[in-house]
Ligand binder design. Structure first.
Ligand SMILES: [Zn+2]
Length: 437
């Protein structure tokens, strides 16, 4: 059985500050080479892509770039045997399911070894963000995400390593708030939408040292509110079910450090060309230690600003300068051209800035775009400016309707989908089920 090289990874996991950038780059290259050599001949999905690219092996990033990227919808239509190493007993594997923000969740399998190994990178990220074994850490998740977290927490508690607690709040957050007051955690880990709601009424008297937010886009306004209400440092992290934590915020510079030795991250323009430093593109990942079910050049639909390979803090990890949220659907302009959701989000944030706490674009028809906003303060005349700016992007004939719902959250369960098109979705052609009967 092919498996990740665990032992040789330990120095990087334990003492990253002593690792040189050159050694990190070489480690990533070797992990990539090993992964493709292992799964390429055995997993049909990968084998076919290698064949189409005319590649026998992948020894470096240049080779990898010849391989066409794959997206969730491409994998959803395949049966498990096309996506997995042969000979595995799925009942002995760890099963994960993505949140389904594209409408249809994807099942992810890993061997227990892979699962724990990949989780060590997450622990490394949390440690480098400031979490210590002495911390009383509370993780708050929405009910749908609880099950898998419970498993991970159970193991850690068994090992006695981390004094973690898991809270699954109900709608009102009442019980969770009371429990937090009892536990008085020094570190709080949660989704921006939960944190936002927790601090809304300013009733919470806990003063954690550190708040780690992830799973959804952390808008500047939410970060500011949480920082102010709890008096804590708020740091962001980024990950996905397919490969666990991908990047974590550097406490020194605020950029997001990529776990280069666990995940190979590319930021690509829509043309497929790599984005340069400071440029925006889609996050495409290769999970370097996922052998049972490989994710190679996997398009995440998330948008980020490409960072640099060096950070002032001295860690040998490359960075993303920023995350710009998820891409669910493309929108259609009046002239029929596709509009990248990030364009709309960018225009909206430029006009409304920090006052927006949550937002959701829904293109109802070719001529009607609805934008629902949860805001920190009344928008006043800015709402008209925003409407004109968005209408200008979509072209004459498209009406933009903006609904300000004030402080009330838009979507309380699971991942918040920021852009939905009811006109046409890039996922439509893969969906065998009609949208309406
Ligand atoms: Zn740094």
């Amino acid at each position: 059985m092919m498996r990740p090289a665990v032992v040789s990874a330990l120095p990087h996991l334990l003492r990253l500050s002593r690792v040189s950038r050159a050694s990190m780059v070489e480690r990533q290259r070797r992990a990539l080479q090993r992964l493709v050599a292992g799964v390429g001949p055995r997993v049909p999905e990968v084998k076919q892509r290698l064949a189409r690219a005319g590649l026998e092996r992948v020894t470096n990033l240049a080779d990898l770039r010849r391989l066409e990227p794959v997206e969730r919808a491409d994998l959803q239509v395949l049966d498990l045997t096309s996506r997995m190493m042969p000979g595995l007993d799925v009942t002995k594997l760890v099963r994960r399911q993505t949140g389904g923000s594209s409408g249809r969740p994807l099942v992810v399998y890993r061997t227990p070894l892979e699962e724990h190994f990949i989780n060590l990178y997450r622990r490394r990220g949390l440690r480098l963000m400031g979490l210590t074994p002495r911390d009383r850490c509370v993780t708050l998740v929405w009910p749908g995400n609880a099950e898998r977290k419970l498993l991970a927490l159970g193991l850690r508690r068994f090992l006695g390593v981390y004094r973690d607690q898991l809270l699954i709040p109900d709608e009102s957050l009442e019980a969770a708030t009371n429990r937090l007051e009892e536990i008085r955690p020094s570190v709080l880990v949660s989704y921006p939408s939960i944190l936002d709601k927790l601090v809304e009424d300013r009733r919470l008297s806990i003063r954690p040292r550190l708040v780690i937010a992830g799973g959804e886009t952390l808008l500047p306004e939410v970060r500011r509110q949480v920082t102010e209400a709890l008096g804590a440092r708020v740091l962001n992290h980024y990950g996905m079910t397919e490969c666990n934590q991908v990047a974590f915020e550097c406490p020194t510079t605020g950029h997001l450090h990529i776990h280069d030795d666990a995940v190979l991250v590319e930021i690509l323009h829509t043309s497929g060309e790599p984005a340069g430093e400071g440029e925006q593109g889609e996050v495409v990942v290769t999970s370097l230690h996922s052998y049972a079910m490989p994710f190679i050049r996997y398009r995440t639909g998330d948008i980020a600003i490409a960072g640099s390979t060096a950070c002032e803090c001295g860690l040998p990890l490359s960075t993303l300068f920023d995350l710009r949220g998820r891409v669910s659907d493309f929108m259609i302009a009046a002239d029929g051209s596709w509009i990248h959701p990030v364009t709309l989000i960018g225009v909206m944030l430029r006009v409304l800035g920090d006052r927006v706490r949550q937002f959701q674009f829904v293109q109802e028809t070719r001529t009607l775009m609805r934008l629902t906003l949860s805001t920190a303060e009344p928008l006043g005349d800015a709402i008209h400016t925003a409407r004109s700016a968005i209408e200008a992007v979509l072209g004459a004939g498209v009406i933009v309707e903006i609904i300000d719902i004030g402080k009330q959250p838009i979507d309380r369960l699971g991942k918040h989908r920021t852009c939905i098109s009811r006109v046409a979705s890039i996922y439509d052609e893969y969906d065998p089920l009609p949208l309406s009967p």
